[in-house]
Design a protein around this ligand. Structure first.
Ligand code: GLU
Length: 550
């Protein structure tokens, strides 16, 4: 009896691996094309770090005319939740990092290298496990979890490394005959890899992000197929990334220490090894301490947070690229209008220790991103957001023609308005342009410098009766405010006022503030000329009336 008999007994129906090798041939891509993936587990929480990894992976694949795919790693079925795949796939879609291949939101596959969900690949893993057993590179292990615990306890007592390895690996040297007997007697088992590594030997490895690293060889006989017949992460990773013809494994750096094992598995199975790029987690400054962005403590760790807050995906992507490559900021300064796809992203320039995530900076980026949107784009995106999260805003946007006028104020010009960082800011930024909302405002206006009721009323009355005309162009409009200022004894120019402050009650800017406050109930607004144009004389007059009657 030999290894083949053992392999046949354990996996009688498994196909020969040549079947899969032919079914999933080398990809025909141009030289240097990167095939990479994200491989999340469907645990129900999509971390922004996953989106970050996906963005990095998609960016490098796109830049090289390669392939970016999504694989669902659901071999730990205890942790899986029902809609897990849907949530991952839709999060990818939301952020515009939809894969070229992989599992889709409706739990179907796109691409020729699937299934892209590990639980559907059981027979593939078993074929490769069988192949390993046939060569004596894997074996059945009959140790119960109590026995494994016992081994660990002994190791602790003897102060040696824990694990199933070398002399501690009880089932490693069981003969084929013995193993067959146990299996035929119905004993339970799992499959372990038979490591040829030695802990006292070192391997050198070059990681695309971390650079050169040195590790002891792996000598652990890790589990490759569990009691439920599914593979462990390690085995599935090697089989899948081989068969899916991954060239670059881009993943979280919690896996860096597993590289010796993975390289060893690739080698023992006779596969070509991919390159590895281990991404450090996104960090956050917490009162001076740098720590990981945490699912438990930080709402912004959830990918869903950005959609809820209404931060456009483009802003999130731009910001993530910003922290992924420190050269992004300079590039953006020099290429203000360019698309982020044009940035020459470099995987090997990513931070080794973890990029710092700063919400305030993200919102600043977002303001700039939104400032470049057309009124139509702002309208569409804020309406989409409002439909999901804000009924009141949705109603305000019902009259599209008017909404476009409002949203178009100070947009599309050289210095567009930058007051909107997220769609949830829109209502607050435009509500005064809606009469019903405006009329609800009850607090007394603060006109700042010119505060005498009499003075305020005179300005408003004079202006609406004798100066304002809907047909004026901006220059004429402004000249008229100056004229009005002059007539009422205010300096027509700020400089005049500064040169001779005692000669005037206040200056034209203060007069403008009176108009602005009466018009909008706020001191800070986008361009007042455009606001007046949108409101029109009748509505302006009504607002002034309200102000005069306060
Ligand atoms: N399922 C693994 C994880 O979520 C994937 C690691 C990998 O990308 O290979 O950490």
């Amino acid at each position: 009896m030999d290894y083949k008999d053992l392999a046949n007994l354990i996996f009688p129906d498994a196909k020969d691996i040549s079947y899969y090798e032919e079914k999933y041939p080398e990809r025909k891509l141009k030289e240097g094309a990167i095939v990479t993936r994200i491989a999340p587990s469907p645990t129900g929480f999509v971390h922004i770090g996953g989106i970050y990894q996906g963005l990095v992976a998609k960016t490098v694949a796109n830049k090289t005319d390669g392939v970016f795919f999504l694989r669902i790693e659901d071999t730990d079925q205890k942790r899986e939740i029902e809609n897990g795949t849907y949530e991952i796939a839709t999060a990818c879609e939301t952020f515009g990092i939809d894969p070229d291949e992989g599992r889709t939101a409706d739990d179907k596959d796109k691409g020729d290298y699937g299934p892209y969900k590990q639980s559907l690949r059981k027979e593939i893993y078993q074929a490769y496990a069988k192949y390993m057993i046939e060569q004596g590179k894997a074996y059945p292990c009959f140790c119960s979890s109590e026995e494994v615990d016992e081994i660990r306890a002994k190791q602790e007592k003897a102060k040696v490394r824990p694990g199933y390895y070398g002399v501690w690996a009880k089932c490693r040297n069981i003969t084929v005959e013995e193993a067959i007997k146990k299996i035929e007697a119905g004993e339970k088992y799992i499959i372990r890899f038979k490591s040829q590594g030695r802990e006292d030997r070192k391997i050198k490895h070059h990681d695309v992000i971390k650079g050169n690293v040195t590790f002891p060889e792996n000598d652990q006989d890790i589990v490759i197929i569990k009691a439920d017949g599914l593979p462990t992460y390690h085995f599935a990773h090697v089989v899948d990334d081989h068969l899916m013809r991954t060239t670059h494994v881009i993943r979280g750096d919690e896996w860096l220490s597993s590289v010796p094992l993975h390289l060893q598995l690739f080698h023992e199975m006779g596969f070509k090894t991919p390159k590895y790029a281990h991404i450090a987690p996104i960090m956050k400054n917490d009162n001076g301490n740098k720590r990981k962005l945490s699912k438990r403590k930080d709402p912004e760790a959830a990918a869903s947070y950005y959609d809820e807050a209404g931060i456009p995906k483009l802003a999130v992507k731009e910001y993530l690229l910003n922290i992924a490559n420190s050269s992004f900021e300079n590039w953006r300064r020099a290429n203000k209008e360019a698309n982020i796809e044009d940035f020459d992203f470099k995987l090997n320039k990513m931070s080794v220790s973890g990029a710092l995530f700063d919400m305030v900076k993200l919102l600043d980026v977002s303001k700039v991103v939104i400032s470049k949107y057309s009124a139509e784009e702002v309208y569409e995106e804020s309406l989409n957001w409002a439909k999901k999260y804000d009924k009141e805003l949705e109603e305000m946007l019902e009259d599209k023609e008017y909404a476009l006028k409002v949203l178009g104020i100070e947009r599309g010009n050289k210095k567009p308005r930058k007051d909107i960082a997220k769609w949830s800011d829109v209502k607050e930024n435009i509500n005064y342009m809606y009469d019903d909302k405006f009329n609800e405002i009850e607090q007394e206006y603060n006109y700042q410098v010119i505060n005498e009721k009499q003075d305020v009323n005179t300005i408003l009355k004079e202006y609406i009766e004798n100066y304002y005309d809907d047909n004026d162009d901006k220059q004429t409009w402004f000249n008229k405010i100056k004229e009005l200022a002059g007539k009422l004894g205010y300096a027509k120019e700020v400089k005049e006022f500064k040169a001779n402050p005692d000669a005037y009650k206040a200056h034209v800017g203060d007069v403008s503030t009176v108009l602005r406050v009466a018009l909008t109930a706020r001191t800070n607004t986008p361009d007042m000329y455009e606001i007046m144009q949108v409101l029109g004389k009748d509505r302006i007059a009504k607002r002034f009336e309200k102000a005069m009657n306060q």
